[in-house]
Write a protein that binds this ligand. Structure first.
Ligand SMILES: NC(=O)c1ccc[n+]([C@@H]2O[C@H](COP(=O)([O-])OP(=O)(O)OC[C@H]3O[C@@H](n4cnc5c(N)ncnc54)[C@H](OP(=O)(O)O)[C@@H]3O)[C@@H](O)[C@H]2O)c1
Length: 337
């Protein structure tokens, strides 16, 4: 038997239950059996367990999973027993500029069972290798938050030495974006609702700090900090409630990577500003297998380690989400399986 967490009905953080499942057994042709050691929390996972994203009753949540290959089925070429692996947010998106509709609707922990469990048997293409030297906890932070930040900066974006990148808050995506941008030689303007968290962002390399509660017109402040030019790109995790300030902050011809919904899912857009500044506001959903492998190579080349502020055991997933929603974390929260 293996332990797993399931979503209750109705789906709320309080209705999560710990269950025991039949052992999934040996892998079939092309499959691997993975002993999971960690997952990590994303706002997306909260939205699923809290019923904001509809999921089947009894669904096993969590998109991120990392662990060790325990057995490899016939024809498996990518892995050997003992290899460290990390899951893919879109197992069916191999490469290319955008996922297919089919890939978009096959997301572990959402449209299919995820990784809040001890063991899975899955096709080998559901995982990639983990960065060399990473613990499972570290690897488990990459699937959603790490890859989203990577794609925003380097796939959809053109971040390079000397670019100016703006990040919002100190959650999973934003802290990865800070680390990746600094590794690429960019200048980073960081915002947070907390002065204490701003100091932590500074310690990670942030060049300019803005408390977005104290300075609601933080877009204008970013313009000022860039000598009136504006930032090259914004890693936009707020959405409707922050997009206007992001567009104010961005230089003419710059890029807003529209990632999140923390400040609302719909709202009016200053279309004239978008047009007159020749902005590119691009929505994105995580990334492909090829992008995950490119990110892992960059992580290894630059010695980047994820920032994990908290660990919770599998059985306390509800407490972990309560901690996340209280904004008590910095960077990532890991679920130890
Ligand atoms: N499109 C995609 O592929 C994709 C992938 C990953 C995440 N996302 C989305 O991106 C967002 C962030 O995800 P996450 O997992 O990184 O979340 P998270 O770790 O829970 O981040 C929460 C942090 O965001 C900051 N924040 C909250 N509201 C804010 C606001 N109005 N303005 C600026 N900062 C604000 C706060 O930082 P401070 O405490 O420092 O203020 C908060 O601690 C979510 O909406 C999530 O759904 C989308």
């Amino acid at each position: 038997m293996v332990k797993a967490v399931r979503i209750g009905a109705p789906a709320t953080v309080d209705s999560l239950t710990v269950d025991t499942l039949a052992d999934p057994g040996d892998p079939g042709p092309g499959e691997i059996r993975v002993r999971l050691a960690a997952s990590s929390l994303n706002f997306h996972d909260f939205a699923v367990v809290a019923g904001m994203i509809p999921a089947a009753a009894g669904r096993i949540p969590m998109s991120d999973g990392a662990g060790t290959v325990e057995a490899a089925g016939e024809g498996v070429t990518d892995y050997r027993v003992g290899d460290s692996v990390v899951s893919l947010f879109f197992p069916d998106w191999d490469d290319g500029a955008a996922p297919s509709m089919q890939a978009l609707t096959n997301v572990p922990g959402d449209s299919t069972d995820g990784y809040a469990r001890e063991v899975v048997v899955k096709p080998q293409h559901w995982f990639t290798r983990a960065p060399t030297g990473y613990s499972a906890a570290e690897a488990a932070t990459l699937t959603c938050a790490g890859l989203t930040a990577w794609r925003a900066l380097f796939v959809d974006g053109t971040t390079r030495p000397g670019s100016t990148v703006m990040i919002q808050g100190s959650g999973g995506v934003s802290v990865f974006a800070l680390q990746f941008a600094k590794a690429a030689g960019a200048r980073v303007i960081a915002t947070s609702s907390s002065d204490a968290k701003l100091e932590k962002l500074k310690a990670l390399g942030a060049d300019e700090l803005i408390n977005y509660k104290d300075v609601p017109a933080w877009g204008a402040k970013a313009m000022e900090l860039t000598g009136g030019r504006g930032v090259d790109m914004v890693v936009e995790i707020g959405g409707a409630g922050t997009l206007d300030q992001s567009m104010v902050a961005t230089r003419v011809g710059g890029h807003v990577a529209l990632i999140g919904v923390l400040a609302g899912i719909a709202g009016p857009v200053q279309t004239a500003l978008l047009m007159s500044k020749n902005l590119r506001v691009q929505g994105l959903t995580v990334g492909s297998r090829a992008q995950q492998l490119a990110m892992i190579a960059a992580i290894e080349a630059n010695g980047i380690r994820p920032v994990i502020s908290d660990h919770f055991p599998l059985e306390q997933l509800g407490d972990a989400f309560r901690h996340q929603i209280a904004n008590a974390h910095f960077g990532k929260i890991v679920l130890d399986v």
